[in-house]
Design a protein around this ligand. Structure first.
Ligand code: APR
Ligand code: PHB
Length: 390
């Protein structure tokens, strides 16, 4: 088999890249290790920056997002039991849209199959070959048969644990990493959100986040110990703990209900540099991870894909290779700023078990300053709604 761009991974990065390339007349095949249902079973953050919404419109996959996405003009932070509203729209002229990553993935999958584009699911033992030469390829097994997919380029959209980054020669990539000393216990339930805005809560018992998927579906998180286990948390215990961490002003609104999903995720900051090796490009979680505080993961994946798509279009139009040559540098400039913001918001809002009382006072002083300074709130808002994409 032969194509122009072979894409590894059918997460949001791979599906969005495939969709944009196809609409620009560039042939592509996606090779995914899991089944489509497995990919759709993963629950992840659901806050989209305007630039992500715009890119989805360019990809022609925004109909349901426009109908069902919930625009948010603000976000709340809670500290010392008080709720503080950050007026995102008033401070920046931009808003964010709440729309679950699962729904977005479903929209992208449906658009791909409606267009009759090729996706290989349940591909086993995917391996990457010849990225230094002119004709790279993927090999994999499907239904017990060895397959070879030849391409001009390979897009590694295969997430943090994928095969693409792992296939690079030793020393080709520099990795930067920070692991945080806690995790997030998440719960999804069909109950109305406790508040109209998302609330990021600083609390002595640990951070909590009140998010939502719709007016009838809530997504809540609790900071938990790294060695905690989901079986230790009944739904009742989760809601009891969340209630303790909620600010007084909204506590009475909390409606509990049976969980649709409950899981624990560790928090990590990670960047690989560079993101291009010969004819292989890394995009999305394959190249970088942010902790979920601030919901930048999906938005960063979208901006990587945007840079890569533009570069590949320029290449195939014969205009220039500047876009693909500068892909890594352009993408990383935005990635590092989102890494900084996610690290900052994580550091500000969590309870750090071993950092001591001085660090706790620094958090308190910084939060106090943030709520009293329009300049500081504007800086937070500008990052939350998304920095420029060029
Ligand atoms: N071969 C084929 N596919 C693979 C392989 C492999 N060896 N390894 C991983 N994959 C697939 C995974 O099964 C997954 O479906 O690659 C896909 C990667 O998807 P994601 O992990 O969702 O990564 P990405 O598409 O970059 O999405 C970024 O998702 O993880 C969140 O916070 C992140 O919101 C951000 C977004
Ligand atoms: C979510 O809705 O899952 C979510 C929202 C905002 C975040 C993280 C996760 O910062």
């Amino acid at each position: 088999m032969k194509t122009q761009v072979a894409i590894v991974g059918a997460g949001p990065s791979g599906l969005l890249l495939g969709q944009l390339l196809s609409r620009s007349g560039i042939a592509n095949v996606i090779v995914e290790r899991q089944s489509a249902d497995y990919v759709l079973g993963r629950i992840r953050a659901g806050v989209l920056e305007q630039s992500t919404v715009d890119l989805l419109a360019q990809a022609g996959v925004n109909a349901r997002l426009q109908a069902e996405g919930l625009p948010h003009d603000g976000v709340c932070l809670a500290f010392g039991g008080q709720l503080h509203h950050i007026d995102l729209f008033g401070l920046t002229g931009k808003r964010v849209v709440v729309y679950g990553q699962t729904e977005l993935t479903r929209d992208l999958m449906e658009a791909r199959s409606a267009a009759g584009l090729s996706t290989v699911y349940q591909a086993e033992n995917v391996s990457v070959h010849g990225i230094d030469g002119r004709s790279p390829s993927l090999r994999y097994r499907q239904g017990g048969v060895e397959q070879v997919l030849q391409a001009d380029f390979i897009a590694g959209c295969d997430g943090y644990h994928g095969v693409c980054r792992a296939s690079l020669p030793a020393g080709a990539v520099t990795e930067y990493e920070k692991v945080y000393p806690f995790g997030w216990l998440g719960l999804l339930a069909d109950v109305p959100p406790v508040h109209e805005e998302l609330i990021y809560i600083h609390h002595q018992r640990g951070f909590a986040l009140c998010s939502q998927r719709s007016r009838t579906r809530s997504r809540y998180y609790l900071q938990c110990a790294l060695d905690d286990r989901v079986e230790r948390w009944s739904d009742q215990a989760f809601f009891d703990e969340l209630r303790l961490r909620l600010p007084e002003a909204v506590r009475h609104n909390l409606v509990s209900g049976p969980s649709l999903e409950k899981s624990i995720a560790p928090l990590r900051s990670f960047v690989a540099e560079p993101l291009r090796f010969g004819r292989l490009f890394l995009a999305g979680d394959a190249g970088h991870i942010v902790p979920p505080t601030g919901a930048k993961g999906l938005n960063l994946a979208a901006s990587d894909v945007n840079f890569l798509w533009q570069g590949l279009v320029e290449h195939y139009q014969g205009a220039s290779d500047a876009g693909i040559d500068h892909y890594s540098r352009r993408a990383l400039a935005r990635i590092w700023k989102a890494e900084r913001f996610s690290w900052w918001l994580t550091s500000l809002m969590h309870n750090f078990p071993d950092s001591g009382s001085f660090a706790a006072q620094m958090q308190a002083a910084e939060l106090d300053y943030l709520f009293s300074s329009t300049a500081a709130m504007t800086a937070m808002a500008e990052n939350y709604v998304g920095l420029p994409t060029d």
